[in-house]
Design a protein around this ligand. Sequence first.
Ligand code: ZN
Length: 242
Amino acid sequence: MRVGIFSDIHSNLEALDAVLQFLHSQGADCFACCGDIVGYGPDPRACIEKIRALRGPVVAGNHDWGVLGQTPVHQFNLAARAAIEWTKGQLDESDVSYLESLSLTERFEPLYLVHASPSAPEQWEYIFVVSEAEAEMDYFSTRVCIVGHSHYPFVVERRNDGRAKLVRRQRFEIRSGAKYVVNVGSVGQPRDGDPRACCVLFDDDTKLMSFHRVEYDVKAVQEKILRAGLPEFLATRLSSGR
Ligand code: ZN
């Protein structure tokens, strides 16, 4: 089994299409999505439709909950809030009921999916540093916890000897006995300085996991964002990946 893993699509259809095409080309036969399908971008309905059609688990993110009115708006900055309000006006009943159907966590052996953090999924806290990832290791019982939320890819491994460290390789093995927190970055709004869409491939036979960056038509998305009347910053930041 090959799992295509990704998160934080944020209504960016061009980026999602590019990632799905890439993952299919790499033999992915199922998918795992860590949430924030909507928010920020111009194509919420088309993104929901694509994700819905995939085989595999999907969890809810804070923007998905924001659109449903389940995350208080004061938790979002002005641009995010404006995009959430705009998105609410775009979705139909079946889109809304799909978002409502998403759980905050999903177990998909050997993976555990949660948008923000396994210790408090509904608090939407960020995991930024190794010690924060290490503190989360006792809150899931699978070998790998997949998160998104910060739009910043990283891997923290806790070995048998109990020490946690950053894994700095693009491709790495999920070792037996060790535990991992893997942030799979963002499809639709990367913030690590690389504007290309981010995704991960996991081969359940070889236990190899690898990060990939995929080019997409940034300009087309920026034009759609401006045409929709969404905040200009949401368009410009896509060029720099910040
Ligand atoms: Zn996000």
